[in-house]
Design a protein around this ligand. Structure first.
Ligand code: ZN
Length: 191
């Protein structure tokens, strides 16, 4: 396994649309090693998720995992999940404001409207079907990662640019109010 470089905002790769994989491509040893690198790079950077496109591979794969994450201590844990060729569909019209950051956007956070309930279909890394409904902060993380596969970065979806904040100023001035709101959301819909 190897750590990969993470593309930073402004690099054109982050604006590409990643392509679908076939089951044969997914099963190839080189692609499986790539997925190991994706996971290792995500963990090394304390990301809650990482999309293949962020490490310069324009294929529709993303990794998601929250394990007592120091960057997002209020996020409920999510077991390691690999989504291949994911398709997200909103369930209902309920939205919430998610405060997001990104490993490709240094030292910036902002409020992004996200669907509360999300139907997810994808393959896992072995090509087995995933079909689930996710909610709340977990649904926010899924939407952030799958956006990357379409060349979209969270800053594109920040509806009020006045919510932009550095990580330090988020902690100083906005964290308490957001965590209160996020905790209420988790209590209402789970994760
Ligand atoms: Zn991101």
């Amino acid at each position: 396994m190897a750590l990969r470089k993470i593309a930073q905002i402004g690099h054109p790769v982050l604006r590409q649309r990643a392509r679908e994989l076939t089951r044969d491509e997914l099963a190839a040893p080189a692609m499986q090693r790539f997925i190991d690198d994706l996971v290792e790079t995500m963990r090394d950077a304390n990301g809650a998720g990482l999309a293949a496109i962020q490490i310069y591979e324009t294929v529709r794969i993303c990794a998601i995992e929250v394990r007592d994450n120091p960057r997002y201590p209020y996020k409920p844990n999510i077991p390691l999940t690999i989504l291949v060729n994911p398709v997200l569909t909103a369930v209902g019209n309920d939205t919430f404001d998610n405060n997001e950051g990104c490993l490709s956007v240094p030292n910036l956070r902002g409020m992004v409207p996200r669907h509360v309930h999300l139907h997810v279909t994808a393959w896992d890394r072995d090509g087995n079907p995933i079909d689930e409904v996710v909610h709340g902060l977990k649904a926010g993380t899924y939407q952030h990662e799958v956006d990357h596969l379409d060349g979209t970065i969270f800053v594109d979806r920040v509806s009020d640019p006045r919510t932009f904040s550095t990580w330090a100023e988020f902690d100083r001035f906005h964290r308490d109010a957001f965590v209160e709101q996020a905790t209420a959301l988790v209590a209402r819909v789970g994760s």
